[in-house]
Design a protein around this ligand. Structure first.
Ligand code: SF4
Ligand code: SF4
Length: 274
């Protein structure tokens, strides 16, 4: 993890900052001599939306996906749990999804794979020029895609890679991970870490938890939404983000039912009188 921190520092201080109008030349196709070379021995952080897309592509549960394809790096400085795609234990440390013809989960490949050779950084919350989010180029020495004569803008590349849905869901995730609670050094308890992990990474378990407990007796959720998120992972994840902001940071993103609030009030009154 220390290497990743060093890379982050270098990106912020040294890498040229690109906007959506900036141009670069790049093309990746089966004819490049390095084809598939980049799909191994690489740290790919998985977002909650990546996991939904991948586990549905493979037709397995989120629990099975986590067990088979992910690693949970531990670092005492981590503010919230993160997940890495687990590489195979062969010489090349290949990605489990790479095949001779290329990526076997191409239509649902993770955000990081879609973005390459671009990266995206969000330095800070301030309004100064250096705080603004920016794109940068990650030039791996193995990659011959930069030798191809195919100029395009950053915006064109993002569109071509179908990044919109990923970025839209990424914004919800950023509302959590870049929350001022964390910026101010707040730490999650082990129970809240588990809650975060379940909602963000184990969506099927989260669904079992919601629909198999007294959750909906306590919170107002309209019927249409209740029905939709019972079968729609993305809708459920959006709801999960609201619940996390309610439970972790005390934001009023969900409404507790009036009878529950009243019962709680009476309980507190009783305790005061004792
Ligand atoms: S998910 Fe696909 S594109 Fe990404 S590293 Fe694996 S094989 Fe390559
Ligand atoms: S190394 Fe670059 S050009 Fe080669 S397959 Fe990977 S992304 Fe494409």
């Amino acid at each position: 993890m220390r290497e990743i921190e060093k890379l982050k520092e270098a990106i912020l201080k040294e890498y040229p900052r690109l906007s959506e109008d900036s141009t670069f030349s790049f093309r990746c196709h089966r004819g490049v001599p390095c084809f598939n070379e980049c799909c191994g021995d690489v740290n790919i952080f998985l977002t909650p939306y990546d996991i939904i897309r991948l586990k549905n592509n493979l037709g397995i549960s989120s629990e099975d996906f986590l067990k088979k394809y992910t690693l949970t790096p531990f670092d005492k400085n981590l503010r919230y749990p993160v997940l890495l795609l687990k590489m195979e234990e062969n010489d090349k440390k290949s990605c489990p999804f790479v095949r001779q013809k290329g990526c076997s989960v191409y239509s649902d490949r993770p955000w990081a794979c879609r973005m390459y050779p671009l990266g995206q950084a969000s330095p800070g919350e301030g309004s100064g020029e250096l705080d603004k989010p920016f794109y940068f180029l990650l030039k791996e020495t193995v990659c011959k895609g930069f030798e191809e004569n195919n100029p395009m803008t950053v915006g064109d590349w993002l569109k071509d890679q179908g990044i919109n849905d990923y970025n839209e869901m990424g914004e919800y995730f950023k509302d959590l991970t870049l929350h001022r609670f964390f910026q101010k050094g707040g730490k999650l308890t082990p129970e809240k870490m588990e809650m975060f992990f379940m909602v963000c990474y184990n969506i099927d378990k989260f669904r079992q938890f919601l629909y198999g407990s007294s959750f909906f007796r306590k919170f107002e959720v309209d019927e249409a939404r209740w029905k939709k998120m019972k079968v729609d992972d993305v809708e459920l994840l959006k709801f999960g983000y609201e619940w996390l902001r309610f439970a972790l940071f005390g934001e009023q993103t969900l409404k507790v039912k009036n009878d529950i609030l009243e019962a709680r009030k009476q309980e507190l009154d009783k305790q005061k009188k004792k």
